[in-house]
Design a protein around this ligand. Structure first.
Ligand code: NAP
Ligand code: HSE
Length: 442
């Protein structure tokens, strides 16, 4: 058997502790598979006094992750601290510069600095592996980087954030509040240290940018002009209920699609038909759908967050290094990645769910339909619900509060829809800017 593969593990939180547990539980089996033992030689976290429920006897403690990254007694630096910059960035750079392999679960870091770090890893001839950074326990990086190397991918899309899917599922099925669901996701270790990354859609965006780069051979680009991001904070129980009545469920999706104008990347709440497989993905489970020319359609489903599922991916990456498998970080040399050119405007057509608060005035519906028709937007269905009259209203018309009206459109572009809705608002027939949610089919 070869010499032990020695790890320096920075971060002993949800994921770091699960990695320690997994290695303790399956160390013998892993050694047999890889032909050498994997040993945690050194660790690092902020608070040394905290009992983390794992055995740290014989393991060196470092207070400074950069010093740990440069420790001559380690072969692999495992970064499980998080954050796009700061200690994570400094220590990963230090490890690569010192010729150490790196394994990380940090999508924020890679979305911001991935191309540069991939170049550095390739210059030094070491691995920079990040299976755990996208979709937790689903081996999606290996799938795109290795298994689908012979395909041209046209779309990669999916539920990429366990926290949001967990929250939307519980809000829908149990009628729980947004805040209660978020608190539970945090308690279960699904959420980021700053949960606004989850609910505002940025965590999904970071993951999508990595998947798009792997799928299309383009540089990782999560800049605001390249990736439109909307999270779930504006989703109301009324949206969830209306979607349900119309045969849809709402999911936060990340979608990257090759168009004639460039790679379109977007993250937003999406209506998916209840009959689609993706609509049935509940709780912390993630799903990634890939359209590719030779394999046609793939759907990978599995736990997207949580210590154990994520540790499974981290250890898979470590096992590759233990076996001596070396691959370019993004599936091709970083110097060969094409610039990522975002299209000027959302160009992929779709149907839309539109929720309007319409004043109950003669001609309002006709005017709304006209504005839609002017932009060649056809309506598949219109649903109007009655509301109780308002006793405090000053005039007879205003005694009826604006009526909630739901429209489902046939295919149009977001630009056309937005144009029509701006006009409808300006005409004064609606009480507020209408909400719209894209409909996607899989
Ligand atoms: P976490 O529970 O907050 O743990 C972070 C760990 O890093 C803690 O042990 C913390 O030390 C340590 N740390 C933070 N800053 C440090 C610094 N400057 N110096 C030394 N140690 C530092 O986070 P996590 O949930 O395990 O996530 C870790 C990484 O995995 C993140 O990049 C995250 O995005 C990613 N990830 C998480 C999940 C998940 O389900 N949780 C899934 C996939 C990927 P103390 O404990 O002493 O505070
Ligand atoms: N906070 C992330 C999520 C962790 O909920 O999906 C996994 O990347």
């Amino acid at each position: 058997m070869q010499a032990n593969l020695r790890l320096g593990l920075a971060g002993l939180g949800t994921v770091g502790v699960s990695v320690m547990r997994l290695l303790a539980k399956h160390g013998d089996e892993l050694a047999e598979r890889c032909g050498r033992r994997v040993q945690v030689r050194s660790v690092c976290a902020r608070d040394r006094s905290r009992d983390r429920g794992v055995d740290l006897a014989g393991v060196n403690w470092f207070q400074d992750p950069v010093k740990l990254a440069q420790d001559p007694n380690i072969d692999v630096f495992v970064e499980l601290m998080g954050g796009a910059g700061g200690a994570a960035e400094a220590s990963v750079r230090a490890a690569l510069n010192a010729g150490k392999h790196v394994v990380t679960a940090n999508k924020a870091l890679l979305a911001a600095h991935g191309v540069e770090l991939a170049r550095l890893a390739e210059e030094r001839g070491v691995s920079l592996n990040f299976e755990a950074a996208v979709a937790g326990g689903i081996p999606i990086i290996k799938t795109l980087r290795e298994a689908l190397a012979g395909n041209q991918v046209s779309r990669v899309a999916g539920i990429l954030n366990g926290t949001c899917n967990y929250m939307l599922t519980r809000m829908e099925k149990e009628g729980l509040s947004f805040d209660a669901c978020l608190a539970e996701a945090q308690r279960l270790g699904y959420a980021e240290a700053d949960p606004s990354f989850d609910i505002d859609g940025h965590d999904t965006a970071h993951k999508l940018a990595l998947l798009a780069s792997l799928a299309f051979g383009t540089e990782i680009n999560a800049a605001p002009d390249a990736l439109r991001v909307e999270g779930i904070t504006r989703i109301t129980s009324a949206d969830i209920q209306a979607a349900d009545e119309l045969g849809y469920r709402i999911k936060l999706l990340g979608i990257a699609e090759k168009t004639a104008a460039g790679v379109e990347q977007r993250v937003h709440p999406t209506m998916v038909p209840k009959s689609s497989a993706i609509a049935r993905i509940d709780g912390v489970i993630n799903a990634v759908a890939i359209d590719a020319d030779f394999v046609n359609k793939l759907l990978l489903v599995g736990p997207g967050a949580g210590g154990d599922a994520t540790a499974s991916s981290v250890v898979g990456d470590i096992a590759d290094i233990a076996r001596g498998t070396w691959l370019t970080t993004m599936g091709r040399p970083a110097t060969k990645m094409k610039p990522s050119v975002p299209p000027n405007a959302a160009s992929v057509a779709a149907g839309f769910f539109v929720r309007l608060a319409v004043f109950d005035r003669p001609g309002a519906f006709a005017a709304i339909a006209t504005r839609m028709a002017e932009r060649a937007i056809s309506l598949e269905s219109i649903v109007q619900r009655a509301r109780a009259p308002r006793a405090d209203a000053p005039t007879a018309h205003d005694k009826i509060a604006p009526q909630p009206v739901i429209l489902i459109t046939y295919e149009t572009t977001e630009a056309e829809l937005k144009g029509a809705l701006d006009q409808i608002l300006a005409d004064g027939h609606v009480a507020e800017m209408p909400r719209y949610i894209r409909i996607e089919t899989f």
